[in-house]
Structures are given as structure tokens and as C-alpha cells.
Unconditional design. Structure first.
Length: 327
């Protein structure tokens, strides 16, 4: 029996409850950071009122403020909405009615930036080492930036010439090709990576992040070679969830900066980023005559209409129509 002098355990704070629920749902650490930030901003916007004492009108007011006064992009407003819906449904157990009165930020309809083959080679020729290898993988496979950064050793099948992309956008796995021209450079890189892994083993810091369910089922997996990141960080860092100090994957900003320098050095005026290499991959496959469903599968698009946008940027004039002036 608890004595009168024993203090009662304090219930977890709201933001801690949000974090705990996100981890139960196995959302990524980036999603956790963004959702907690939006919940905090929502509370501060309404004078620190508890969300339990607020509802749809307050949510609508906050989202409308983001669009009208904050001039945020549509994707940013949608992220804030997702965070608040998660808060009410998953943490507070409240289903909000459909938010009809929210002023939605308009999503601009823009064509993706696509490089020609010569422009791609001009950029890649100015990138070397690890960043050059990663950039070539992005263009050669159509991977997203974070999919490349998070690649594990076990995801590359040299025998079949395939790369398994785990837990991509929408929590989906898919398979893409391993370019033959990258097999040898990637093997050489993995030899150096293995030496670093052996050093980490000696220092008892070879453990890497493994999804919770797998870590429980296979307790030794965080220290196995197959689960190591192919592109590791140059130093150790503290895992914000477990508190363990270990080697994480490479910071994606380093690759973004390396490509920016290469684009500037090439004299190109296009605003090309690592994601531009994915756009170029899709467009060049369609130019080569590959079926759009095949390209959709390689890109991991849920709907073929998303892939269709690349048919609009093929080097054949607007929407593939030949101008009458050129006839």
C-alpha cells in the first residue's frame, strides 16, 4: 500500500505521449520530430490551451493561419494537418469531423527539373569518392535521396544485379536494378566499409539502428555486417530514442552540398538537386522506350498518374506534339 508521504507518479506530458504513440506505430524519427513540432506550435498558437479543450474550430483556425498569414506550401499545411489528426485520434482518442472550413494552401503544378544525358554526365564527372558513388546510384536506380542514404549491406544482391529498397515512401518495399557499371566500385567501397565495421567491433560500437520488432526477434542483428549502413557517418552520434552512442548513416545534406558544387562547377543554370537525378532516370527510361508501368514500379509510385508527369517533359516538345512550325 502506498504511504501518504509517497508522491504520486506524474502522468506523462502531452508531447511525451505523442512521442510514445508515434514509436508504438513505428513512425520514423523524422516524422516524430515534425509531428511534435506541429503539436507544440498548435498549442502555443492558442495560448497554451490543452488540445483536449479544443477541437475542429481551433484546428481549422490554425491551419487557415498557416495558409493565409504564414503563406506555407500545400505540403507543409498537409503535414501540420496530419500531425493534428494523429494527436486527436491516436493520443486523445477523438475523431475530428471533416474540416471543410480550412483555407487550403494551393499546391503549385510544376514540371520536374530534368537533365539531359550530357548534363547528367557533366555533373557526375565532377563528383568523386563516396558522393560520386551515391549520385551515380541515384541516377542509375531512380532511388530517392533518403532511400540511398539508408541502404544496408544486405540490400544489395550482386548475383542478381538487384537492390532491395526497404520501407520506401508509403512503407513499401520494392526492387530496382543494380547498374553493372557500379558493381565494381560498390564492391570496392564495401571492402573499405568492412574495415571500418571491424574497427567499430573492436571498439564495441558496431551496433546500428534496427526496427524494434526485428531487434527483439534477432537480438544480435544490430551488430551484424548485413545490417550495417553502406554509407556510414564519419563519427558516432547518440540515438535520440535509445540513447545509445553508435554510427548512424551519412547526413544527406553532405550529398546535397556536394552535388550543388558539381552543378555550379559545370556551369549549368538549372536548379538541379539529388532528386533531379531521379527525375532524369525516369525521363530517360521513357525516352528509351520502356513501358510506363515498368518505370512506375521502379520508382515506387502508387498511382501511374504520378509517373505520367514524365511523359510531359520528354524531349519531344510540349506533350510530345510536334510544332506545325517544324513541319
Amino acid at each position: 500500500m502506498q504511504s501518504a508521504n509517497t508522491p504520486l507518479a506524474q502522468p506523462p506530458k502531452l508531447l511525451d505521449q505523442v512521442r510514445d504513440r508515434i514509436r508504438v506505430k513505428h513512425y520514423s524519427i523524422r516524422t516524430e520530430t515534425q509531428y511534435v513540432q506541429w503539436v507544440r506550435r498548435f498549442i502555443l498558437f492558442h495560448g497554451k490551451k490543452h488540445p483536449r479543450d479544443m477541437g475542429a474550430p481551433e484546428v481549422e483556425a490554425f491551419l487557415t493561419h498557416l495558409a493565409v498569414d504564414g503563406h506555407v506550401a500545400a505540403a507543409t499545411q498537409n503535414q501540420a494537418l496530419s500531425a493534428l489528426l494523429f494527436l486527436y485520434k491516436e493520443v486523445l482518442g477523438v475523431d475530428l469531423p471533416w474540416l471543410n472550413d480550412v483555407t487550403r494552401a494551393k499546391r503549385p503544378q510544376r514540371m520536374p527539373v530534368v537533365l539531359t544525358r550530357d548534363e547528367v554526365h557533366a555533373v557526375l564527372d565532377r563528383m568523386s569518392g563516396v558522393y560520386g558513388l551515391m549520385a551515380r546510384l541515384l541516377y542509375g536506380t531512380g532511388m530517392r535521396l533518403m532511400e540511398c542514404v539508408r541502404l544496408r549491406v544486405k540490400d544489395v544482391d550482386f548475383g542478381r544485379g538487384e537492390i532491395l529498397i526497404r520501407d520506401g515512401k508509403g512503407a513499401k518495399d520494392r526492387v530496382t536494378m543494380l547498374p553493372q557499371s557500379l558493381a565494381s566500385p560498390l564492391l570496392s567501397h564495401l571492402q573499405q566499409r568492412r574495415a571500418l565495421f571491424d574497427d567499430d567491433l573492436q571498439a564495441s560500437k558496431a551496433s546500428v539502428y534496427v526496427p524494434d520488432a526485428l531487434a527483439r526477434k534477432y537480438p544480435n542483428s544490430p551488430n551484424e555486417w548485413g545490417w550495417q549502413y553502406i554509407f556510414p557517418s564519419g563519427s558516432y552520434s547518440v540515438d535520440p530514442r535509445s540513447g545509445a552512442e553508435r554510427r548512424h548513416h551519412l547526413d544527406e545534406k553532405l550529398l546535397q552540398r556536394a552535388m550543388k558544387k558539381a552543378v555550379q562547377a559545370s556551369g549549368m543554370t538549372k536548379l538541379a538537386t539529388p532528386h533531379t537525378l531521379r527525375h532524369s532516370f525516369a525521363t530517360h527510361l521513357l525516352e528509351a522506350g520502356y513501358d510506363i508501368r515498368t518505370v512506375q514500379e521502379l520508382l515506387g509510385h502508387k498511382d501511374v498518374s504520378t509517373t505520367m508527369i514524365y511523359t510531359h517533359v520528354l524531349n519531344k516538345g510540349g506533350r510530345g506534339v510536334t510544332s506545325p512550325l517544324d513541319r
